[in-house]
Design a protein around this ligand. Structure first.
Ligand SMILES: [Zn+2]
Length: 184
């Protein structure tokens, strides 16, 4: 699902939500709220090029791991914040890709409303294309504020998903990769 941001629509919607909870949207404390929220969604959900920042890169032999990429997004069911820590590994097929491209892929995939399971699969598939290798592994650790703040209210719950493809299905390689990713 491609996201096309229409700020006017979002502002209209936020005004309705404010009215729905009994707040006058023209009250001076709330007058700028619709615009602020529209800008926030635009910032969070528009695909971007850039973000060359990355800190984590290790490699060992023919294994490349990029770990602990931190990403904020929103959940599709409640539009509440989700915080991901993303770990990826691949075995280059002769081509090593700049780490910034991998980080950008991880960030861009999060700028759309998807479930964590789908996000993990999407990152794995896009990574396979980017590095031109079918041997990829993706682990995503997610903190979902819709779980923490509402419903069953599980303050410490984290959701871990993985996509394991190609040679990473091998148990020993998968364990070695998990260890290098920092999971013991
Ligand atoms: Zn949710």
């Amino acid at each position: 699902m491609e996201v096309k941001i229409n700020r006017e629509k979002i502002m209209e919607g936020v005004r309705l939500i404010l009215e729905g909870i009994g707040i006058d949207p023209n009250d001076e404390n709330f007058r700028e709220t619709p615009r602020r929220i529209a800008e926030f969604y635009d910032e969070l959900l528009s695909p971007k090029i850039g973000d060359e920042d990355y800190k984590y890169f290790t490699s060992k032999g023919d294994l490349v791991i990029v770990k602990d990429i931190q990403v904020y997004t929103l959940c599709p069911h409640h539009l509440l914040p989700v915080f991901y820590r993303v770990y990826v590994a691949y075995i280059p097929s002769g081509k090593v890709v700049g780490v910034s491209k991998i980080v950008r892929l991880i960030l861009d995939e999060a700028r759309r409303l998807t479930l964590q399971e789908q996000y993990t699969e999407n990152v794995a598939s896009k990574l396979q294309e980017l590095v031109e290798s079918s041997d990829v592994m993706v682990v995503v650790n997610g903190i979902h504020y819709c779980m923490r703040m509402r419903g069953v209210k599980t303050p410490n719950a984290e959701v871990v998903t993985s996509a394991i493809r190609g040679k990473f299905r091998d148990y020993a390689l998968r364990m070695e990769t998990m260890r290098l990713m920092g999971f013991e």
